[in-house]
Design a protein around this ligand. Sequence first.
Ligand code: NDP
Length: 407
Amino acid sequence: MGKVLIIGAGGVASVAIHKCVQNSEVFEEICIASRTKSKCDELKAKLDGGKTKITTAQVDADNVDELIALINKVKPDLVMNLALPYQDLTIMDACLATKTHYMDTANYEPKDTAKFEYSWQWDYKERFEQAGITALLGSGFDPGVTGVFSAYALKHYFDEIEYIDILDCNGGDHGYPFATNFNPEINIREVSANGRYWEKGEWIETKPMEIKREYNFAEVGQKDMYLLYHEELESLAKNMPGLKRIRFFMTFGQSYLMHLKALENVGMTSIEPIEFEGQQIIPLQFLKAVLPDPASLGPRTVGKTNIGCIFKGKKDGQDKTYYVYNVCDHQECYKEVGSQAISYTTGVPAMIGAAMILTGKWVKPGVYNVEEFNPDPFMEELNKWGLPWVEDFNPVLVDELPVEEKE
Ligand code: NDP
């Protein structure tokens, strides 16, 4: 049915490529291009020989001209941006110049400021409309499936959704005292930033990890979770009519938090360049180099993830609650595609988002977040491609839990 150019060959890209190859009816041809071409070649060597034709290329995705030349050579129907958030705008520029559809899994973030927001990418809306091409933003799990869950809840179960809590639980254990499950630089920037949630039209800022709750997650058990800012809060606050509050919670173990605090206290999580033996280095990038590569965690991670959304709102004048979530087993993912569940839960929705565009189900000129499309075909594909979802019509709400806030 179509041809995609995939940029990036890391943890998420590896899963997405495995899944594209499984879905060869839709993905007839893929070109894997990244900064380090050997990683693309390794993936090709592993997955070649089936119905999907695979080629590879080297590209520096910070360079728009290089990207344009590559897109003109490959002539894909869609570019899947599975590199880092820093490359979103250059890849969008190249898609505009070549009139090629675009998708990603994370919003743009400048390298030198730990600040992520959609405004930069939403600014492309008119230009994408005029070029007649679609940009699908944030088609991973969170953001991604959490937005699709929200659109699905609104379409099928509510007249109005007033409250959304997104709960991201990783009950996995990799056996290291400290490691991150995806790109350490991106992960640490996210969790060391101030927390933020949206209530009655305003953003309320908290200190990092200031608000803590415990939740008993299905198939995982009781976990501590902390309020974080997460990018889908921005798009859902805008796109869900009548919303009064939206928050995001993620679970962290005590060992992770203790190490993070110590690393912060000694300055290792800073993104300010420092002089070291005649060279400028960024402490966080150095830390990334000494931490375990997230890709190496796959074989040693056991346990499950549980990610989902709890909704509270009104249907036919009555109060209503609804919880929809997915449970994913780290070892099952590893057996299937050689990666742990964090990459799996992002790579599968990336493939599905791409399939939505290639099959014409989600084609609409402009720049859109996942919740702005019909959720039904995406929800069907989740069940089909390894991320089945579970519904609970009588969930325990986060606000019914004891409140524990750090001083
Ligand atoms: P990795 O670090 O494992 O992989 C990133 C890949 O991008 C690497 O292959 C890297 O190349 C390549 N890359 C980086 N810079 C460039 C460049 N300038 N030009 C070309 N290629 C480049 O990251 P992940 O796979 O863990 O994450 C990928 C994306 O997914 C990130 O944007 C992340 O934020 C997002 N994500 C989204 C989630 C969601 O649920 N929505 C959850 C988890 C992640 P090299 O090998 O040379 O370094």
